[in-house]
Design a protein around this ligand. Structure first.
Ligand code: PLP
Length: 370
């Protein structure tokens, strides 16, 4: 008789991460707006670099990622010795939890925070703790109030996913100084979309001993499938994380592709400006049709409906037209749909379908009242 061998405490409490769906039954050419991917795809230079790297993939990759860290350091004006690269920023989040959290400690984040935070916290055996947001926006006072002597890590995505809202760097600095027993991790996956005057928290991570910043190649760089992210912060933290990082965590294809993507600033700038233009257009078009959203600083909008049932019906109406968006009940936002900013045709399609949906709903509601 076999006896079930039990995993470490916390592991079975992990809810499996649900990725944005990619297909609609019966629709050949669905528009995928469910995972915040760059509609323009990767830089052609990154694609070419990956193809070139394929010729040498019998060789093990670099273990110290020097070339990529130097390229990142040059673009962002950061010391490459204070940068670590990972298999997506997910892996950096995981390293932080493995290294700094564990049984008897707490990992703090906001109520509509990224689902990887509780997953990684539980994987380390730590207790995830959430702080309330205010109007779908990070509330620094609520985070400070929720911190305890057991708090080891505080994750704040800025801009946040799935809300798209953000807080000032001065507010994040206030949080870091108020909770010196914990590392404040500023998850800046969407920093490029917020605008040129936002450094993602790099300045704070340079100056303060308990601030760390994570970044990704999955969003504006259009390399979600390649899996590359990075972190920047105090040398002591980088040294700790490198001890648990697998020596060959990034493949040679990933390293070369990310390096070429980082150097193609034109692709990044074009993606940023097109997103800003279409984000403003879509938010205004939805508002005109009776669908409000908070001011987004990312590459998606969080569309709000009058209740979970309406949000579900709107999702079904979009799906029927081959448009896949993200339901966010798992993030505590059952009234909302998160819609990635696609190309212009996709944005127009979303506005058209939701406009018709709202008009039909309005007529039905009036009919019921009569
Ligand atoms: C998409 C996203 C990331 C990036 O994850 P990768 O592992 O780098 O693909 C990180 N944080 C947030 C909040 C995100 O939405």
């Amino acid at each position: 008789m076999s006896q079930t061998i039990q995993p470490q405490p916390g592991i079975m409490d992990i809810a499996l991460y649900e990725a944005g769906s990619a297909h609609v039954a019966g629709v050949a050419e669905a528009v995928k707006l469910s995972s915040n991917e760059n509609p323009f795809g990767p830089s052609p230079k990154a694609r070419d670099a990956v193809i070139r790297a394929a010729h040498a993939m019998h060789r093990y990759p670099s273990t110290d990622h020097t070339a990529l860290r130097q390229a990142i350091g040059k673009v962002h004006g950061l010391d490459p010795d204070r940068i670590i690269c990972g298999v997506g920023s997910d892996e950096i989040i995981h390293f932080l939890c493995q290294a700094y959290a564990g049984p008897g400690t707490e990992v703090l984040f906001t109520e509509h925070g990224f689902l990887m935070y509780p997953i990684s916290a539980r994987a380390a055996g730590a207790t995830p703790v959430t702080a309330r947001e205010r109007e779908r926006t990070t509330d620094i006072d609520a985070l400070i109030a929720a911190a305890t002597p057991a708090t080891r890590l505080i994750f704040v995505a800025n801009p946040n996913n799935p809300t798209g809202t953000m807080v000032e760097l001065a507010e994040l600095e206030r949080l870091a100084r108020a909770v010196p027993q914990a590392i404040l991790v500023i998850d800046a996956a969407y920093a490029e979309y917020a605008g040129d005057d936002y450094d993602g928290g790099a300045g704070l991570a340079t100056d303060l001993p308990n601030v760390f910043m994570t970044r990704t190649f999955s969003k504006i760089y259009g390399l979600g499938g390649l899996r590359v992210g990075w972190g920047y912060g105090p040398r002591e933290i980088i040294d700790v994380l490198n001890r648990i990082r697998g020596p060959f965590n990034l493949s040679s294809l990933a390293l070369d592709g990310a390096l070429a993507a980082m150097q193609d600033r034109e692709h990044v700038e074009r993606s940023r400006s097109e997103n800003a233009r279409l984000r403003a257009w879509l938010a205004a078009a939805l508002a005109e049709r009776g669908v409000p959203s908070d001011a987004s600083h990312a590459n998606f909008v969080l569309a709000r409906f009058e209740g979970p049932e309406t949000a579900g019906a709107a999702d079904a109406a979009l799906k029927a037209e081959g448009v896949i968006v993200r339901r966010v009940g798992g993030y505590g936002l059952p009234d909302c749909l998160r819609i990635t900013i696609g190309d212009e045709a996709s944005c127009r399609r979303v506005a058209h379908v939701l406009g018709r949906f709202m008009a039909e709903r309005g007529t039905a509601a009036v009919g019921q009242r009569a």
